[in-house]
Design a protein around this ligand. Structure first.
Ligand code: SF4
Length: 339
C-alpha cells in the first residue's frame, strides 16, 4: 500500500499511470495532499467515486497517528506522533507575531546521539533516523489537524539534522517544491557537525543555517555539549567562515542563556570576540528549567545586559519569545515519549 504523504508529483504520476489515469489526476491528488491537507482519499471530491475506489485499493493518505496533542495557553500546539513501527517523535506548531506566520518545528531523528547536557531528547540516546517522508508527515499532520498552512519550517525538534542529512535535504526539497515554502523560510539547526556544514557550503544552501553554540569558550561548551570534544569551537569557526564565504548567507547563532554559567559579562565579551568576524545574527534563548537538571533561567536584567553587550559589538540580537513552556514544547524540552 503506497502512502501518498511525502510523494512527489512524479511519484504520484507513477501510481496514476498504473491505474491508467491521466497526469491531471496526479496533479489533483498532489493538491489535495499538500495544499488542502486532506486525511482520506474520500475527501478528494474532484476525483470520481469510481477512481477514488480504485486508488484506495493501492494507496492511502497517511500511516502516522497523533498519539497526544497539547495546546499551550499561548497557542503553541505540541503533537506526539506515532509512526507504524511504534516509534514516536514530537513536532510543534508555533505562532509568532501574527497568525499568518505559522512555524513548524520538526524532528529529524528518534532520540539523539549528541547528548547535550541541557536537552531532554539527548537523554534517550539515538534510536533511529527519520525518513524524509516521516519528516514531511509532521508538517502534513499539523496542516490536517489545524486546517492551516504552515509557512515556515525549522529543523529544531528532536535529533541532530546534520546526522540525517540526506533525508533532511530531501524533505527540504519537498517543502520547497511541493508545499511551496520558500527556501528562505526553512532553517536547519545543528550542534556543529563540521563535515556536514562544509557539505552544505558546497551545496550552496539557500536556507538558513542555525548553529547551537550556547557557550563563549571551549571549557563552558564542553560542559554543555559533548560534541565540543569532537568538533571544537576553533574548527567550527573556520567552517562557519567558509560557509558564509561560499553561500553569502548570514548564519543564525543560537545561544541558550543559563544563569551563572554562560550569562556573565565576561561570557558576553568572549562571545562577541568569537563572533566578531562571522556574518551572523544572534538568538538568545533564556533557558527553560526542566526536571532533569539543575540549570536555571537568568533574570530579565541579566538577559537584557547580555543582549546589550552583544549589540554593542555590532550584532543583531533577538531574545527568542518563549513558546509552549507550559506544555514542555520549548527548546530543549522535547522528549518524544509519554511520561
Ligand atoms: S540539543 Fe539537539 S543535538 Fe543536542 S542532544 Fe538535544 S536534540 Fe541532540
Amino acid at each position: 500500500m503506497e502512502i501518498l504523504s511525502g510523494l512527489t508529483q512524479q511519484e504520484i504520476e507513477q501510481i496514476t499511470d498504473s491505474l491508467k489515469a491521466s497526469k491531471f489526476r496526479a496533479r489533483q491528488i498532489h493538491n489535495w495532499i499538500y495544499l488542502k491537507s486532506v486525511s482520506s482519499i474520500d475527501e478528494m471530491t474532484d476525483l470520481s467515486v469510481k477512481f477514488r475506489e480504485e486508488l484506495k485499493k493501492v494507496a492511502k493518505v497517511s500511516d502516522t497517528k497523533i498519539k497526544v496533542k497539547q495546546v499551550s495557553s499561548d497557542g503553541t500546539i505540541k503533537y506526539l506522533l506515532e509512526y507504524p513501527d511504534g516509534e514516536c517523535v514530537e513536532t510543534v506548531l508555533m505562532r509568532f507575531d501574527n497568525r499568518a506566520n505559522l512555524t513548524a518545528c520538526v524532528s529529524s531523528q528518534v532520540g539523539c546521539a549528541v547528548n547535550c547536557s541541557f536537552c531532554a531528547t539527548g537523554k534517550r540516546g539515538f534510536i533511529r533516523n527519520l525518513t524524509y517522508k516521516e519528516i514531511i508527515e509532521q508538517v502534513l499532520t499539523i496542516q490536517r489537524d489545524t486546517g492551516l498552512k504552515v509557512t515556515n519550517v525549522v529543523f529544531m525538534g528532536q535529533g541532530e539534522p546534520l546526522l540525517n542529512l540526506d533525508n533532511v535535504l530531501k524533505a527540504m526539497e519537498i517543502f520547497n517544491e511541493d508545499f511551496y515554502i520558500g527556501a528562505r523560510r526553512l532553517t536547519v539547526s545543528t550542534s556543529g557537525i563540521i563535515p556536514q556544514i562544509n557539505k552544505l557550503a558546497e551545496l550552496d544552501m539557500q536556507s538558513t543555517l542555525a548553529i547551537s553554540l550556547h557557550a563563549p569558550n571551549h571549557e563552558i561548551r564542553k560542559q554543555l555539549m559533548q560534541i565540543e570534544n569532537k568538533y571544537n569551537m576553533n574548527d567550527l569557526k573556520k567552517a562557519l567562515k567558509n560557509y558564509v564565504d561560499k553561500t553569502g548567507r548570514r548564519i543564525t547563532i543560537e545561544y541558550l542563556l543559563i544563569k551563572d554559567l554562560n550569562d556573565t559579562v565576561e561570557a558576553a565579551k568572549q562571545l562577541a570576540m568569537y563572533l566578531h568576524d562571522i556574518k551572523c545574527n544572534i538568538n538568545l534563548i533564556p533557558y527553560n528549567p526542566t526536571a532533569e537538571n539543575d540549570y536555571q533561567r537568568p533574570n530579565n536584567n541579566s538577559i537584557m545586559k547580555f543582549k546589550y553587550l552583544l549589540e554593542h559589538s555590532g550584532k543583531k540580537v533577538t531574545v527568542r519569545l518563549e513558546r509552549g513552556a507550559d506544555i514542555d514544547a520549548a527548546c530543549g524540552q522535547l522528549k518524544g515519549k509519554v511520561d
